[in-house]
Ligand binder design. Sequence first.
Ligand SMILES: *[C@@H]1O[C@H](CO)[C@@H](O)[C@H](O)[C@H]1NC(C)=O
Ligand SMILES: *[C@@H]1O[C@H](CO)[C@@H](O)[C@H](O)[C@H]1NC(C)=O
Ligand SMILES: *[C@@H]1O[C@H](CO)[C@@H](O)[C@H](O)[C@H]1NC(C)=O
Ligand SMILES: *[C@@H]1O[C@H](CO)[C@@H](O)[C@H](O)[C@H]1NC(C)=O
Length: 765
Amino acid sequence: MESGTTRLRVFDKITIFHIALVSILIFSPPVLGDEDLNQPKTYIILTKKPESDQVSLESWYRSFLPTTTTSTTSSNQQQPQIFHAYKNVVTGFAARLTAEQVRAMKDKEGFVSSQLERTLSLQTTHTPKFLGLLKQHQGLGFWNRSNYGKGVIIGVVDSGIFPDHPSFRDEGVPPPPAKWKGKCEFKSKLCNNKLIGARNLQKVIKTEPPYDKDGHGSHTAGTAAGNFVKGANVFGNAYGTAVGVAPHAHLAIYRACSKKACAESDILAAIDVAVEDGVDVISISLGDNHVRLNHFYSDLIAVGAFGATQKGIIVSCAASNSGPHHETLSNEAPWMLTVGASTIDRTIKATATLGSGAEFDGESLFQPKDYRPTLLPLVYAGSNGNQSSALCMKNSLTNVKVKGKIVLCENGGGIPRISKGKEVKRAGGVGMILMNQKADGYTTLADAHVLPATHVGYASGLKIKAYINSTKDPKAKILFKGTVIGNQKFAPAVASFSSRGPSKASPGILKPDIIGPGVSILAAWPFSVDNSTTSISKKSTFNVIPGTSMACPHLSGIAALLKSSHPHWSPAVIKSAIMTTADVVSLARKPIVDETLSPADLFATGAGHVNPSKANDPGLVYDLQPDDYIPYLCGLKYTDQQVEAIIQRKVKCSQVKSIPETQLNYPSFSVLLGSKTQSFTRTVTNVGKASSTFTLGVSVPQGIGMRVSPRKLVFTKVNQKATYTVEFIPQSKAGMDGNRQFGEGYLKWVSGKYSVRSPISVTFA
Ligand SMILES: *[C@@H]1O[C@H](CO)[C@@H](O)[C@H](O)[C@H]1NC(C)=O
Ligand SMILES: *[C@@H]1O[C@H](CO)[C@@H](O)[C@H](O)[C@H]1NC(C)=O
Ligand SMILES: *[C@@H]1O[C@H](CO)[C@@H](O)[C@H](O)[C@H]1NC(C)=O
Ligand SMILES: *[C@@H]1O[C@H](CO)[C@@H](O)[C@H](O)[C@H]1NC(C)=O
């Protein structure tokens, strides 16, 4: 491995920075260094705007950098380089700096903040491989009314795109609107009316065109706005039409990630450029799997998203894949749409049948046609008492007698599911039953395993273990049952991996906002994952990846449909429409469940499961203007400078009437209730029938009282506003069952076909 110093020297020889005002400049930085304090690292520096118009951003940003002559610290200190010069969503730049250089900058007039860059991940902790067909599961009627998303531009910040894929052909897609200013960095004519732009913002490899080498970016783009592709198939045995949510919307691709990692300064650059290019929706399927930030001002994706929102762009984000525990969200700012993941009504069924006759349904995508199920010896991989073996880690089965047997492996341990099957196969096993850990409960996933296998839930796994213990001669077989649609009992159910609230940075805002399809989602993939293929065109491949990464572009596509149908709706209105019309029951009209098959809490579901067709006609909406966030941010007790870092202009909280978080005009309520009654107002705007009367419906959370006034909202005009007050009144704790910490309820305004519903979560302090 090269040392940091060597890299730095090489780097220093090849670049001198110039900033062209119209474009973000990116230079190749060396690889990140070590713990040495003098070792430069990538920082994102936010500044005020230059006071005078005469000063170019170029020289303004450069004025913050130490000059070589004033740098007295060490002889080998390098002249810092600017990789990204931001100018749309924030004023500031990204550069490699030492901690000391950053400290020196803080004294300069116009400095706002410095942030050490984070590395974020694409939100797929699960990496199954599979070819298949997308069953479009949401209303066709709405497609027609929303023009298939025509005229709307979705900016996808991800790992790039595979432009040749038929999902990105432009049949039926008109030329981009006149406001479009973006670029296509692919050579030749790879962009078209569907794929109208593609840029690489990765400072490390800026010179590359934005090809997708991970697959993730093509998949998310295809999910949001892939065009119709006939004859998509699954291992050659299932045919159908694959299509994204907004098939006639335009796609603008911003590559900020590769090898599943994304540098924060590159993501911010992608948002900055997307805003300038003129996108309408930004889709961000990435987040921080490790660090939960307590403040929005130190989360530069949130800061960038705020800038985009100010320009009327809706930013749809993955909630992250760190569930099922509470407080595991990314992208939780109130101006972002935070999307959790749920199952769809389709399983790719594979059943494990034991020697006792007991059957356990599970899932697998690899279902060889010629497979003859026969009862074979069954062994638990962890029978030697070794945890590595139980998890079927690489080379862990060498001393376990698995030859010719079906092997029960445990999921988890950070090992990809398919790799576990590879280990079983390597050690001579002939089949695998993959059982969940307790936390993942009943969430199972269909993977392209390398041998006959089935993924079963935790409860099934325990029973299979008990069976193995109960007999001298345990046996099992695996039966493939193919695609089963109409698993209506539990769909949609929140997936175990979907991150949960409450929000750490703002517990007074209920997050996530919404859940959408994020399990067994099929969309474009740049390369064939099927080695046995005979007839499948390499250019027409598909793959399934579960993750909030897959749920997010569903919502991005839905936001595009709504924008096409209602061009003047603000980001807050689009969010409100999506949230207040969400489904809270499954297809079988039972409460939506989580991975335990118990009703999911509001920190898992937010407002519920998206219902696009209802979102198109919500009746009433909760709107917010960018300035409405200022009293909210001041209310979070941020300093003026911290608020300025987000708002990107001068703010004096002392002169702003700050508000408690829950007072923000949000379409849901998250109340932190102590011993005092709390009162909030909300303002709704009529976007339904001109003349209408809405009446109140309330489900009061356990342990509190509620008072809402007025109880009737009367409208005579479209776009007319009405305000109501809601009081949350603590009651004797005796009324609460046991040591319950949370209460749940809702409030809704009902008129004819409209039901404008806001979930209420109460956390007892
Ligand atoms: C789509 O909408 C048009 C008019 O907007 C209507 O004529 C047509 O019948 C609709 N098609 C479907 C399939 O609903
Ligand atoms: C468990 O197995 C792994 C892999 O075979 C081995 O490296 C490790 O030492 C074993 N642990 C114990 C406690 O035996
Ligand atoms: C199976 O037997 C082993 C050892 O006898 C024991 O540790 C384990 O708890 C048993 N498992 C079940 C599920 O009964
Ligand atoms: C397909 O082939 C490649 C290269 O030979 C190999 O790395 C990969 O594991 C194979 N995939 C499957 C699903 O067998």
